[in-house]
Structures are given as structure tokens and as C-alpha cells.
Design a protein around this ligand. Structure first.
Ligand code: ZN
Length: 136
């Protein structure tokens, strides 16, 4: 049995209504998030008063939404969640122009590498200081 004309008309009306709903920015973001299999709560409104920028005319978005990125070191695809973005921009003082470029594993490795370099540097200074005090 085929669809009745009435059913077709209803389907057209529903599709039209959905298009209207999707015209607002929030809903198009929500739609995009939905299409990529993300949950609705992965969209968080931006508190623009808390966001800093290096630009004279900052481009601050209305919403954070979960986004995928490829790590610039290892190429791993990782999710940068709306929540993480909110923390970065609004609590940790990250400028709105900055985005996540390294995956968690590479960031951890880089932190360790830096800590190690710092340790070596400090040990070097300590050695120099000791050598100086030993001189007459
Ligand atoms: Zn990586």
C-alpha cells in the first residue's frame, strides 16, 4: 500500500517546519553535532565576558561544540569537547584564536620532556654554583 496524499502533505509540512527550526545558528550547530553522532549537551553557550582575545575585533562564537582534530605530532584523531573548550577559554585564559592541536598522549609526552629539560638545566646551574664556591 502506497502513501496517501494526506501523509505526503504532512511529511512535506514536517520537513518545512524542520528547515525553519534549523535556520537559527544554535539549531544548525545542534544539527551538525547530531549528524556527527554527538549528544545535545555537547553544545555549551559561550560566556563572552570571560573570553580573552589577541584581536582588536575578536571573533567569539556563540557556542562551543565538540570538535574532532588531528594531532599535529602523531596524526591521531581526538575529540576536543565543548566542556574542555569552555575550561580552556573561560578558566585557563586561552585566547579565542587558539585551538587544540596536540592529542592528550603527545601533550603528556611534551610536558615530561619539558620537565626533564628543566631538571637538567637546574642541575647544571647547581653544578656551576658548587664549582664557583669551591674556587679560592
Ligand atoms: Zn599526538
Amino acid at each position: 500500500m502506497g502513501r496517501s496524499n494526506k501523509q505526503k502533505r504532512i511529511a512535506i509540512k514536517v520537513a518545512r517546519a524542520e528547515r525553519v527550526v534549523l535556520t537559527s545558528r544554535k539549531d544548525s550547530l545542534r544539527q551538525r553535532a547530531f549528524q556527527s553522532g554527538l549528544r545535545d549537551e555537547t553544545i555549551i553557550p559561550v560566556n563572552k565576558a570571560k573570553v580573552s582575545s589577541r584581536s582588536v575585533i575578536p571573533k567569539v562564537p556563540d557556542y562551543y561544540y565538540d570538535r574532532w582534530f588531528d594531532c599535529r605530532i602523531c596524526g591521531m584523531r581526538e575529540l576536543w569537547t565543548a566542556k574542555q573548550q569552555q575550561r580552556w577559554y573561560e578558566e585557563q585564559g586561552g585566547e579565542i584564536e587558539t585551538i587544540a592541536i596536540h592529542c592528550n598522549a603527545c601533550r603528556r609526552k611534551e610536558r615530561l620532556r619539558r620537565a626533564e629539560a628543566r631538571k637538567v638545566h637546574l642541575e647544571g646551574l647547581e653544578r656551576k654554583r658548587k664549582t664557583r664556591t669551591q674556587l679560592p
